[in-house]
Ligand binder design. Structure first.
Ligand SMILES: Nc1nc2c(c(=O)[nH]1)N[C@H]1C(S)=C(S)[C@@H](COP(=O)(O)OP(=O)(O)OC[C@H]3O[C@@H](n4cnc5c(=O)[nH]c(N)nc54)[C@H](O)[C@@H]3O)O[C@H]1N2
Ligand SMILES: Nc1nc2c(c(=O)[nH]1)N[C@H]1C(S)=C(S)[C@@H](COP(=O)(O)OP(=O)(O)OC[C@H]3O[C@@H](n4cnc5c(=O)[nH]c(N)nc54)[C@H](O)[C@@H]3O)O[C@H]1N2
Ligand code: SF4
Ligand SMILES: [Mo]
Length: 729
C-alpha cells in the first residue's frame, strides 16, 4: 500500500486528491486531500472515481491503425510512420487541427498544443473554445486588451453575487476555479451575502440561492442591458477605474428600458431594475455569467455586459468584486492591441478569434471543394461528433478525409473515423500542472503533481506524442528527437526574458539560466522556467507572505499545493488596451448592439432547447464508468408538466429542429420554465468499443443544434435557445 497526492484533472475545480494504491500500482481508494490549502479535502463523485476511470479496460493501450475498415494494433514507430506518410501528401493549408476540452487539463495540451498548431502551417485551427467560452475571450480582449484577462467573482469575499447561466453545483464551476464551489456559496450566504441565480431551470444552484429568476434562453444580454439602463437612468454608476466610452455606452443602453427588456427575457421589469440597485448598493458585488450566457446568439454582448456592470458599480478590481487572478506562471505581455477577424474562414467568411476559426464551420471546410479544403485533420482530446453543433453532419464529413489522426484514450464517435489513434498514457502516469485553470482561480495558488506511476517502457508521454506530431508536421520526421521542441521553446523563452527591459533576468546569459533549470522531462524543465520567471518566481519574484520563491523544487517541497493568498487589485498590470483604459464601448460591440435592439420586438419561438450538466457526467467521455452513469444521470428531455400535458407528451417524444430530429424519453419536471426543454449534450454513443457507455447510449443534443447560427463576434456555437417542435412519438 502507498499513498500519493495529485490534482484532479477532471474539471476546473483543481481539487487535491489523496490516492491509495496497492503494491501492483492499482488504485484502492481516492479521497479529497485534507492538506490541500485550496480544496481542503473536497472531492466530488467524479474525482472519487478517478481510479475506475484510469483503469477502464476499454481505454486504448497501444496505437491503432485502421486499414480497409479494420483496426490493427501497431507499434509506436509504425503509428508515427503512418502519420508521416499521410501528412506528407497534404499541403499545409489543407491540414486542420481540433483541440478538445481536456487540453486545458493536461500539461501536454498547454505546453505542446501551440507548437503542434504552429508546425502544421495552417489557418484551419479549431477547438472546443468556440463551443464554449470564446465570447468571454473576445469581450475581454476588446475591453481589457487581452483575451485572457478574464475577471473572476471574488467568491470568498463578495456580498452580492448575480450568477447567470451557470450551475456550479453540477459543473463545479467554470472560468472561476473554486474547489468546493457549493461550500463557498453557502459561506457567502452564511456571512449575510446574497446570491441571485438567473436560469431557465430551477437548478440545484438556484435552490441554494436567495432568489432564482427564470429567464427565457438567449436573453441574458437583454436583462443585463436593462440593468445598465437603470444604473444610468437612476444615476447609480460609481466608476472607480480608468475607462473610455462611458457616454457611448449610456447612449447604447438608452432603448433598453427594464420594461422593454422584461418583455423579451420574461424577468419582471421591477426585478431587472431591482438587481441593478442591489448590485450598486452592495458593499462589494459581482456579476458572473457562464456557459448558458456564452453559447447563445448574443454571447459576446452578454459577456461584455457582465463586465460592464462590474465596472459601472465600482466592483471591477476590488476585493469582493470581480478580480484578476495573478497565477504563478505568468504570460508574455501582448504587444499589439487585441483584434479579431485578422483572417476569415474559407467557406463562410467567419472571422478568426484568438487564432481560431469556429468549430461550427469545420464540416463546411471539410466538405467544400477548392484550394484550402481540409484533407487532413488531427484531433487531440476532442469528440466533436458529439460536442460540435450539427455533429451528425460532421460524423459524415470526417469519412471524406484523406488522413485523420486522433490523440485520444478512447475509440469513440469521433476517433472511429481516424486512420491512426495515438492513446496518451494513463492520468496517473502523467505529471500535472494547471497552466490554464490557475489563471481563473478565486485564490492565487499553485500545485505541481509529479506522475504517481512510472511510464511503462517504450510508452511515450502525451507531451512526447504531441511533440513528435509537431516534428512530423514541420518536416523534421518521425525519427527526430522530440526534446528539441522543448529546447527550442526554452531558448526562445529565456532569450525573450533576458532581452525584456525591466525583467528580473535582464541582461543575464540565457545559457546559464538554462543550466540552472531542473526537471526530469521537457515539460518539467519548461514549468520550472515559467515558475522562476513568474511573479512569485525564484528569478526576481516573491511570495506575498514570504517563504521560498517559486521553482519546480519549491512546488515539489509542497506536495499539497501552496496558497498564494486572496486576490489583489491589479488592473494596471493587466490592461493592454491602446488607450490604457477599460474600453466600455468597443466599436465591434457597439455595432452588434443594433442586433440586440432589433430582438426587442422579435416574436419568440413557442419552444426552445437548452442543455444541462450532471454532477456525475463530463461532456461526452465519462459514460463508460459504471458508478457514474444511471440514476438521475440520464439523457432525458426535461419539459414542464403543463407543456407535456398540452402537447400530449408521455414516455417518448419526437423533437425536431431546423437541422435534425430525435426521439427521446420525456422527463416532466416543474423545475424548467414553460416553453423551454432541456437535453444534456455528450450522449448518443454509437459504434464504439465502450461497453458501459453503449448500455447508456442516449441521443446527441447536437443532432438538433444548428451549425449555421453562431454568435457573430466570436463565431461561438449557439446551443441554448434552439427553436424546436415537439410531438408524441
Ligand atoms: N449541445 C451542447 N454541446 C456542447 C456543450 C453544451 O453545453 N451543449 N458544451 C460544449 C463545451 S462547454 C465543451 S468544452 C465541448 C467539449 O467538446 P470536446 O472537447 O470535443 O468533447 P469532450 O466530450 O470533452 O471530449 C474529450 C475527448 O478527450 C478525450 N480525453 C480525455 N482525457 C484525455 C487526455 O488526457 N488526453 C487526450 N489526448 N484525450 C483525452 C476523451 O476520450 C474524449 O474523446 O462540448 C461543447 N458541446
Ligand atoms: N459534472 C460536470 N461538470 C462539468 C462538465 C460536465 O459536463 N459535467 N463540463 C465542464 C465544462 S466543459 C464546462 S464549459 C463547465 C460549464 O459550467 P457551467 O456554466 O456551470 O455549466 P452548466 O452546468 O451547463 O450550467 C449552465 C446553466 O445555464 C442554464 N442556461 C441554459 N441556457 C441559458 C440561457 O440562455 N440563460 C441563462 N441565464 N441560463 C441558461 C442551464 O439551464 C444550466 O443550468 O462545466 C464543466 N464541468
Ligand atoms: S470537483 Fe472537479 S476537480 Fe474536484 S474532484 Fe470533482 S471532478 Fe475533480
Ligand atoms: Mo466547456
Amino acid at each position: 500500500m502507498r499513498t500519493a497526492h495529485r490534482t484532479c484533472p477532471l474539471c476546473e475545480a483543481v481539487c487535491g486528491l489523496t490516492i491509495t494504491l496497492d503494491d501492483g500500482g492499482r488504485v484502492t481508494g481516492v479521497r479529497g486531500d485534507d492538506a490541500d490549502p485550496f480544496s481542503k479535502g473536497f472531492v466530488c463523485p467524479k474525482g472519487a472515481s478517478l481510479g475506475r476511470l484510469d483503469e477502464d479496460p476499454d481505454r486504448l493501450d497501444v496505437p491503432m491503425v485502421r486499414r480497409d475498415g479494420t483496426w490493427h494494433e501497431v507499434s509506436w514507430a509504425e503509428a508515427f510512420a503512418a502519420v508521416e506518410r499521410g501528412l506528407a501528401a497534404v499541403p499545409g493549408p489543407s491540414r486542420a487541427v481540433y483541440l478538445g476540452n481536456p487540453n486545458a487539463h493536461t500539461m501536454a495540451g498547454s505546453l505542446y498544443g501551440p507548437a503542434l498548431v504552429r508546425s502544421l502551417g495552417t489557418r484551419q485551427v479549431f477547438s472546443a473554445s468556440t463551443a464554449d467560452q470564446m465570447p468571454k475571450h473576445v469581450s475581454a480582449g476588446l475591453m481589457f486588451g487581452d483575451p485572457l484577462a478574464i475577471p473572476v467573482p471574488d467568491l470568498d469575499r463578495t456580498d452580492f453575487l448575480l450568477m447567470l447561466g451557470a450551475n456550479p453545483l453540477e459543473s463545479n464551476g467554470s472560468l472561476c476555479t473554486a474547489p468546493d464551489f457549493p461550500g463557498r456559496l453557502k459561506a457567502l450566504r452564511a456571512r449575510g451575502g446574497r446570491l441571485v441565480v438567473v436560469d431557465p431551470r430551477r437548478t440545484r444552484t438556484a435552490k441554494l440561492a436567495d432568489e432564482h429568476l427564470f429567464a427565457r434562453p438567449g436573453t441574458d444580454a437583454h436583462l443585463l442591458m436593462g440593468m445598465v439602463h437603470t444604473l444610468f437612468a437612476e444615476k447609480l454608476t460609481d466608476v472607480r477605474v480608468p475607462v473610455s466610452g462611458l457616454d457611448e455606452l449610456a447612449d447604447a443602453a438608452a432603448a433598453f428600458t427594464p420594461e422593454a427588456c422584461a418583455a423579451v427575457c420574461r424577468v419582471p421589469a421591477e426585478r431587472i431594475a431591482g438587481l441593478a440597485r442591489e448590485l450598486a448598493a452592495a458593499p462589494a458585488g459581482a456579476v458572473y455569467g457562464r456557459i448558458g450566457t456564452c453559447t447563445v446568439e448574443f454571447g459576446t454582448l452578454a459577456q461584455w455586459l457582465v463586465d460592464v456592470l462590474n465596472v459601472l458599480t465600482g466592483n471591477l478590481d476590488r476585493p469582493g468584486g470581480a478580480m484578476f487572478p495573478c497565477p504563478a506562471v505568468g504570460r508574455p505581455r501582448r504587444r499589439r492591441p487585441y483584434t479579431t477577424g485578422r483572417w476569415h474562414s474559407r467557406v463562410r467568411g467567419l472571422p478568426e478569434a484568438n487564432g481560431e476559426l469556429p468549430v461550427a464551420t469545420l464540416a463546411d471546410e471539410i466538405e467544400t471543394p477548392g484550394e484550402g479544403q481540409i484533407r487532413a485533420l488531427i484531433t487531440v482530446a476532442g469528440n466533436p461528433v458529439l460536442s460540435a453543433p450539427g455533429g451528425a453532419r460532421l460524423d459524415e464529413a470526417l469519412n471524406r478525409l484523406d488522413l485523420m489522426v486522433s490523440v485520444d484514450p478512447y475509440l469513440n464517435e469521433t476517433t472511429r473515423h481516424a486512420h491512426v489513434i495515438l492513446p496518451p498514457p494513463r492520468v496517473l502516469q502523467s505529471g500535472h500542472y494547471d497552466f490554464a485553470l490557475l489563471g481563473f482561480a478565486v485564490r492565487d495558488y499553485a500545485r505541481y503533481s509529479p506522475p504517481v506511476l512510472p511510464l511503462p517502457d517504450g510508452r511515450p508521454s502525451e507531451a512526447e506524442i504531441l511533440a513528435r506530431l509537431a516534428m512530423i508536421a514541420s518536416g523534421q520526421g518521425a525519427g527526430a528527437d522530440p526534446g528539441l521542441v522543448d529546447e527550442l521553446i526554452l531558448d526562445q523563452t529565456l532569450r525573450a526574458a533576458v532581452e525584456t527591459p525591466g525583467s528580473p533576468v535582464e541582461g543575464r546569459d540565457p545559457a546559464a539560466l538554462r543550466a540552472a533549470l531542473d526537471g526530469a522531462t521537457g515539460a518539467e524543465l519548461r514549468l520550472d522556467a515559467m515558475l522562476r520567471l513568474g511573479p512569485y518566481g525564484a528569478w526576481g519574484g516573491r511570495l506575498p507572505y514570504g517563504g521560498d520563491a517559486l521553482s519546480l523544487a519549491t512546488l515539489r517541497a509542497h506536495p499539497h499545493g501552496l496558497d498564494l493568498g486572496p486576490l489583489r487589485p491589479r488592473l494596471a498590470e493587466v490592461l493592454r488596451t491602446a488607450s490604457g483604459t477599460v474600453e466600455l464601448a468597443p466599436g465591434p460591440i457597439l455595432a452588434d448592439v443594433a442586433r440586440l435592439r432589433e430582438a426587442l420586438t422579435r416574436e419568440a419561438s413557442p419552444f426552445v432547447l437548452i442543455g444541462r450538466r450532471h454532477l456525475r457526467s463530463n461532456n461526452s467521455w465519462m459514460h463508460n464508468v459504471a458508478p457514474l452513469v444511471g440514476g438521475s444521470n440520464r439523457c432525458t428531455l426535461q419539459i414542464h408538466p403543463d407543456d407535456a400535458a398540452e402537447l400530449g407528451l408521455a414516455g417518448t417524444a419526437v423533437v425536431r429542429s431546423a437541422t435534425g430530429e430525435l426521439t427521446v424519453a420525456v422527463e416532466p419536471t416543474d423545475t424548467i420554465m414553460r416553453g423551454v426543454v432541456s437535453l444534456p449534450h455528450g450522449w448518443g454513443h454509437a459504434g464504439t468499443t465502450q461497453a458501459v457507455a453503449a448500455g447508456h447510449a442516449g441521443v446527441s443534443a447536437n443532432v438538433l443544434t444548428d451549425a449555421s447560427r453562431v454568435d457573430p463576434l466570436s463565431g461561438n456555437a449557439v446551443f441554448n435557445g434552439v427553436p424546436v417542435t415537439l410531438t408524441p412519438a
